[in-house]
Design a protein around this ligand. Structure first.
Ligand SMILES: NC(=O)c1ccc[n+]([C@@H]2O[C@H](COP(=O)([O-])OP(=O)(O)OC[C@H]3O[C@@H](n4cnc5c(N)ncnc54)[C@H](OP(=O)(O)O)[C@@H]3O)[C@@H](O)[C@H]2O)c1
Length: 270
């Protein structure tokens, strides 16, 4: 099985790539930081430079991967950027960075692999969403918007691709012990002059605590490997601790004001 995976230099993308490799799959791993170390890595993965924000880089990644290993059986979009700020204070640049990386970057990859899947009359697309693709939390408005964009897009893509034998799965992780600080940016709300500063600091403290005590990223990688080995992909893999799964259920069941009050309290806003 040949897998192309974006965002495989760090975090959940890296752990997933390692688990797929361990399961005997051929992994073509893409990330910007592979520009200096393209080719076969010691762990067996084949690395190629990839910047999902640049169409030419995405085209090159898919072309070189296809020349070397043939068309993929699956594409995994695991790249990500988390830009934290107050919803009302995000700059256009901050929102552009996050949407371009998390959402448009995946669309660029899908555009390139779709003709390859179509030729084989089969293919699997795995898009990394997040619990934030299903519900919002304070000071992650840009990230939450990007993940909601992926959710809506995937729902449409799934219906359009199915008749061509192409399946779409949303991976929805809760907090995992994986993300690197370099991909967590802080906007104006982080400044002591910001009217949001104190509440921002409390929320970010909780977010960082939850990530550092989060789930094991290798287990997520194993679940994705298992799903890929089955004949059909599930529409969604929600991989989270029980309290985060409960939050998803409560978000569906409770009146919006009640749910917002619970989440606000949890993140130190009330
Ligand atoms: N960690 C969690 O708890 C968690 C929870 C829910 C969802 N997620 C989702 O899981 C995915 C991985 O997140 P993470 O926190 O585990 O990883 P991370 O440590 O934040 O790593 C981000 C990855 O994305 C790549 N990337 C960033 N910009 C890129 C670009 N322009 N082109 C290509 N690759 C790019 C980075 O590689 P280069 O810098 O080398 O390009 C890196 O490999 C993301 O989609 C994230 O939203 C994570």
């Amino acid at each position: 099985m040949v897998i192309y995976i974006a965002g495989a230099s760090s975090g959940l993308g890296l752990h997933t790539a390692q688990q797929l490799q361990a399961a005997g799959m051929t992994v073509v791993a893409g990330a910007r930081s592979f520009a200096e170390c393209e080719g076969r890595a010691p762990d067996g993965q084949y690395r190629l430079a990839l910047d999902v924000r640049a169409e030419a880089s995405v085209e090159r990644f898919v072309r070189l991967a296809c020349e070397k290993f043939g068309p993929p059986d699956a594409l995994i979009c695991a790249q990500g950027l988390l830009n934290q700020n107050a919803a009302a204070e995000y700059t256009d640049q901050e929102l552009n960075d996050i949407l371009d990386t998390n959402f448009l970057g995946s669309v660029r990859l899908i555009r390139q692999v779709m003709p390859l899947f179509r030729e084989k009359k089969q293919g699997k697309i795995i898009l990394f969403s997040s619990i934030n693709g299903l519900l919002g939390i304070p000071f992650q408005g840009g990230y939450t918007a990007s993940k909601h964009a992926i959710e809506g897009y995937a729902e449409c893509l799934r219906m359009e691709a199915k008749p061509e034998g192409i399946e779409v799965c949303l991976v929805t992780p809760g907090d995992h012990q994986s993300g690197q600080k370099q991909y967590r940016r802080h906007g104006a709300a982080d400044s002591p002059e910001s009217p949001y500063h104190q509440r921002y600091t409390r929320a970010v403290h909780q977010i960082e605590h939850d990530e550092s005590t989060g789930s094991n990223p290798d287990e997520l990688g194993k679940k994705i490997a298992k799903a890929l080995c089955k004949r059909h992909l599930p529409a969604r893999l929600l991989i989270a601790k029980p309290d985060q799964k409960l939050a998803v259920t409560l978000h569906k069941l409770l009146p919006t004001k009640w749910f917002s009050a619970i989440i606000s309290h949890y993140y130190g806003q009330l």
